[in-house]
Design a protein around this ligand. Structure first.
Ligand SMILES: Cc1cc2nc3c(=O)[nH]c(=O)nc-3n(C[C@H](O)[C@H](O)[C@H](O)COP(=O)(O)OP(=O)(O)OC[C@H]3O[C@@H](n4cnc5c(N)ncnc54)[C@H](O)[C@@H]3O)c2cc1C
Length: 476
């Protein structure tokens, strides 16, 4: 009798413990992917394709909202083709709204127009449909979607990471896995808040643009140059080195907006800039959708991995620093991260060292080029309109070629050729550039082969940008 009572209470204790465990750790997975945007979906896709069987894909939005985002909606056709080759039926689902024939980069005084016949290389998409096709075609038996779940904290425990998410239920959702891929976008808490990545990974105020964007119809006589075009206008006077864009969505629909460095948002409103300098050009318009958002616009952060963690897409600030365009890079970085996950999880090599290969692949694909392009971004943020007008008119800042130098070698070749002209100029905004571009080129070619070398490397690397910036800054 006594024995059976003891037995029952032991069973009881076990049941209670199990209940407690169930509340605290809902489940363990091969990989947790935070964010079901473009980076997150592609990470889930490739991890599953390469063999991982238990993938948690978590997003704070409802399933139906995923993909809706304030965006310029411009993406290279080659990315659409890549996704279609993986089996995503994008054009079939009318994701592509328009295919752009011409790009224009226009000087502040409107006198120089670099016109680039891009002949269908840029698509303007329906962003929500795009996200929904990615999501719905990604989810399969290997992938569980947890929507309406916001990442709140993570804890590294031995060889696993435990992530807590706030949901609409009283208890948090708690997931654990050997690896977490962060695809949570620009506001990544993992990059900025949790003390896992250091100051070199933080995005400063002058390294991000705050944007206001409208999707609208334009009525009346719309000048010819706006139709089937993607237009960028740079100006210090108006956007403080940010930009204004006009993208045709086909017919009389447009995606238009402006971004300014965050350093200026106390004094300036992108919405007011938009109203005074953009929409006011047209006779009448109807707004279909509007809103604001931040984009990172900085040189690549020194490392995208820590023990058990990989940063992808905007969470890793992997964007073109000239304008913050990051759709292509988010897809590619997510895809690469998922592939790596499928190798390191079974091999149990999820340490920072084991994940270093991701840094090397991202460096080669994007970060070398973006490291150089960031000098052009710093230049644009620190050049008065009168100097920019002159440089564009004289042709020693060929923004068209800089924008479209797709390969790193191509960009270096162009920058060195321009460097020969710049080094002769008295204007230090230009004559200092060749030296700094060379310095960063040297740094990226000796990127550390393992985490051991990163402490010194990142110090030297970020010093190059702050030094250049301080030397050419416009005195306010
Ligand atoms: C105004 C504007 C215009 C732009 N125009 C262009 C353009 O024309 N072309 C281009 O290439 N790029 C453009 N971009 C950038 C582009 O939108 C991003 O680079 C791209 O969307 C990044 O994809 P991502 O998957 O990394 O992040 P996102 O698309 O931002 O996805 C992140 C996902 O994570 C979820 N999430 C966020 N936080 C949490 C959390 N704590 N817990 C759980 N889930 C979370 C979000 O709900 C979201 O679904 C623009 C951006 C802005 C703001």
């Amino acid at each position: 009798m006594i024995l059976s009572k003891i037995f029952i209470s032991i069973v009881d204790i076990h049941a209670k413990q199990k209940l407690l465990v169930d509340l605290q750790v809902n489940a363990s997975y091969d990989v947790i992917i935070v964010g079901a945007g473009t980076a997150g979906c592609l990470a889930a896709y490739s991890a599953a394709k390469e063999g991982l069987g238990k993938i948690a894909l978590v997003d704070r939005k409802t399933k139906g909202q995923i993909g809706s985002k304030i965006c310029g909606d411009g993406i290279g056709i080659k990315h659409i083709e890549f996704l279609e080759s993986l089996g995503y039926p994008l054009r079939e689902n009318e994701v592509v709204r328009n295919v752009i024939q011409n790009a224009h980069i226009i000087s502040p005084d409107s006198k120089t127009d670099f016109s680039i016949p891009i002949q269908g290389q840029l698509a303007i998409i329906d962003r929500h449909k795009f996200g929904q096709v990615l999501l719905n075609e990604t989810i399969n038996d290997q992938i569980t979607l947890f929507d309406k779940s916001t990442l709140n904290s993570i804890e590294q425990k031995g060889n696993t990471v435990e992530a807590k998410f706030t949901t609409n239920k009283a208890e948090p959702l708690v997931l654990s896995a050997p690896l977490l891929i962060d695809g949570s976008g620009f506001n990544s808490k993992i990059r900025e808040d949790f003390g896992i990545f250091d100051e070199y990974a933080k995005v400063k105020d002058d390294e991000q643009y705050y944007c206001y964007r409208e999707i609208c119809t334009l009525e009346g006589n719309v000048p010819e140059k706006y139709s089937d075009s993607a237009i960028f206008e740079f100006s210090y006077d108006i956007t403080k080195g940010g930009y204004m864009w006009f993208f045709s969505r086909g017919g009389n629909e447009y995606n238009m907006g402006t971004g300014i460095p965050k350093t200026w948002i106390k004094n300036l409103s992108p919405k007011e800039i938009y109203q005074a300098n953009m929409i006011s050009r047209f006779q009448s318009s109807t707004v279909l959708n509007s809103g604001g958002g931040f984009v990172p616009t900085r040189h690549p952060i020194p490392t995208h991995v820590k023990d058990n963690i990989i940063l992808t897409g905007d969470a890793g600030a992997i964007v073109n620093p000239l304008h913050g365009g990051g759709l292509g890079a988010s897809l590619a970085s997510g895809y690469i991260a998922g592939k790596i996950a499928a190798k390191v999880v079974p091999d149990q090599t999820v340490s920072e060292e084991g994940l270093w290969i991701y840094n090397q692949k991202i460096l080669e694909k994007y970060c070398q080029r973006y490291s150089i392009l960031d000098f052009y971004r710093i230049l644009l943020q620190n050049i008065p309109d009168v100097e920019l007008n002159h440089a564009l008119a004289e042709g020693y800042l060929p923004m068209d070629k800089i924008f479209y130098a797709r390969e790193y070698e191509q960009l270096m070749h162009l920058s060195r050729k321009l460097g020969q002209i710049w080094s002769q100029l008295p204007n230090q905004r230009f004559n200092l550039l060749p030296n700094y571009i060379e310095k960063v080129h040297q740094m990226t070619t000796k990127y550390p082969a393992s985490p051991d070398g990163i402490t010194n490397w990142q110090k030297e690397y970020s010093q190059i940008y702050s030094e250049f910036q301080s030397k050419i800054a416009i005195k306010k």
